[in-house]
Design a protein. Structure first.
Ligand SMILES: [Zn+2]
Length: 121
């Protein structure tokens, strides 16, 4: 099992007992290492995630593309996946938020994050 390091830039500055590691006499507060990081899959806590956002969010948005114009929800991009259980059975559907049209989905299509009916964002 590989341990992942928390990506919080100040993780080691939070002086909690579980961060104090190393041989007796030369222990230091260290970045948390865990098999599973529950905050954004990369951070040990909401604090560490917010520290990263405070420091890097502008650079990240500029890198991946800043929204400079409002986006518009239209018939072409208003599809969202939904499911409901009824009679001990799960039904998956694509629902259009503009037209309310419903189209059946297979469970595989529902779980496939690349599968979409939307054109554009
Ligand atoms: Zn952390």
């Amino acid at each position: 099992m590989t341990l992942k390091l928390c990506q919080g830039p100040k993780c080691h500055q939070y002086c909690t007992k579980d961060r104090l590691k190393g041989p007796a006499g030369s222990k230091t507060y260290q970045t948390r290492r865990k098999s599973r990081l529950y905050y954004g899959d990369n951070f040990c806590s909401m604090n560490c995630m917010n520290d990263w956002l405070d420091k890097f969010v502008d650079r990240a948005i500029n890198h991946f593309g800043r929204t400079t114009e409002p986006k518009h929800l239209t018939e072409e991009n208003a599809w969202s996946k939904e499911y409901d259980w009824r009679d001990d059975e799960t039904r998956y559907v694509y629902v259009n938020g503009i037209t309310n049209e419903r189209r059946p989905l297979t469970e595989e299509q529902f779980r496939d994050s690349n599968y979409t009916l939307n054109i554009g964002e």
